[in-house]
Design a protein around this ligand. Structure first.
Ligand code: AMP
Length: 200
């Protein structure tokens, strides 16, 4: 690990990764989790696991997910609260896929306030729309139709894109060019974190 990275991993980072489907959030969250030594919390992974296990939650969300729509905010709040309270998330985390609506962002703010914590940064991965469509169709899960891919992008524009403005006002937003090689995107994210003021 380079000296710079050791420096970064000395802080208990609390990060949110924002970006449309296909922007590479999951990949970057995984890489950052290793480098910064904090758990990656992916609500999409948690929900997919519930579907696979056919748990009550899984049965509740299966159809919504298959259609590319968002699971309701109340259900998501329960999942995220329970996850953030687990011991491994006490010393930092990277949220991948949450929040996805302005209401979810408010829930997250309230949860963190209760825990006497705050976000260090919100990283938004910027990727042009045509690149996203290309990427999304290329990595289509077998049961996804092009309609579902386009529905996910539409839902992102309607419900999630407004979060960029929300976090920009709080000035925790870092915009990073996501249309670059994976390693380069990670480097740019780490650079943006180096310029983040964190409590000593
Ligand atoms: P992802 O892997 O993050 O793209 O999530 C896959 C699917 O899970 C989404 O298309 C939604 O149906 C659902 N999902 C994941 N995270 C959330 C969230 N924060 N709010 C609502 N639905 C979500």
């Amino acid at each position: 690990m380079a000296g710079d990275e050791r420096e970064l991993s000395g802080h208990e980072w609390r990060l949110v990764l924002l970006g449309p489907p296909g922007a590479g959030k999951g990949t970057q969250a995984g890489r950052l989790s290793e480098i910064l030594d904090v758990p990656k919390i992916s609500t999409g992974d948690m929900l997919r696991q519930a579907v696979e296990e056919r748990s009550p939650l899984g049965r509740l969300v299966e159809r919504t997910m298959a259609e590319g729509r968002l699971v309701d905010d109340e259900t998501m709040a329960e999942i995220v609260e329970e996850r953030l309270e687990r011991p491994d998330a006490r010393d930092g985390f990277i949220l991948d896929g949450y929040p996805r609506t302005v209401a979810q962002a408010a829930t997250l703010d309230a949860l963190l306030e209760d825990m006497d914590e705050e976000l260090d940064a919100v990283v938004s991965l910027e990727v042009p729309e045509e690149v996203l469509v290309e990427r999304a169709l290329g990595r289509q899960r077998t049961d996804d139709t092009e309609d579902v891919v386009r529905e996910r992008l539409r839902v992102y524009q309607d419900s999630t894109a407004p979060l960029v403005g929300h976090y920009n006002e709080e000035s925790s937003l870092r915009q990073v060019d996501g249309d670059q090689p994976i390693e380069r995107v990670t480097e740019d994210i780490l650079d943006s974190l180096r310029s983040t003021e964190v409590p000593a």
